[in-house]
Unconditional design. Sequence first.
Length: 182
Amino acid sequence: MKDWANQIDRLTGMFLNSFSPLSEDDLNWKPGPETWSIAENMEHLIILNESYFPGFERLNRGNYDLPFIARFGFVVKFFGNLILKSVNPDRNKKMKTFPLWQPSKSNFSKEILNRFETHQNKLKEEILSTEHHIKENAVISSPANKNIVYKLETAFEILISHEKRHYNQANEIYQLLKEQKS
């Protein structure tokens, strides 16, 4: 088993260490209307990660209903690799998110930092409570589209990689903010 819990702890620490010293205005600053602020990046991660929780719960209860397409290993592998590649932390290619995962607002209090930390602990709990299904080669659907299917292990990798991607994005905003202030 991979050590997803420690990776989540490291990412949480990176977000909090980098962005806790910022003011509310700094957390909400963005260089343009098409770019998310640091706070919006954090809110997006909370929303997206939480969209997986009902599926994890159904998997643990034993009543996860997969579409027919999930029976085809090559489809499961294809979608898993495609999504994992699309959330690569290097950010060479910009992406739009599904409306379901858009930040709910554009201005956040500093409380977003506490919410993020609490959320990350919940994410860790969800992964730890579900990871035993990896041995069963469990397959899940994307919360955005039930016909996009991938292995549970790949889902965890997607979530971690996606968080790294958004840390990098938030850090780019932070660097632009520092340049703008100097």
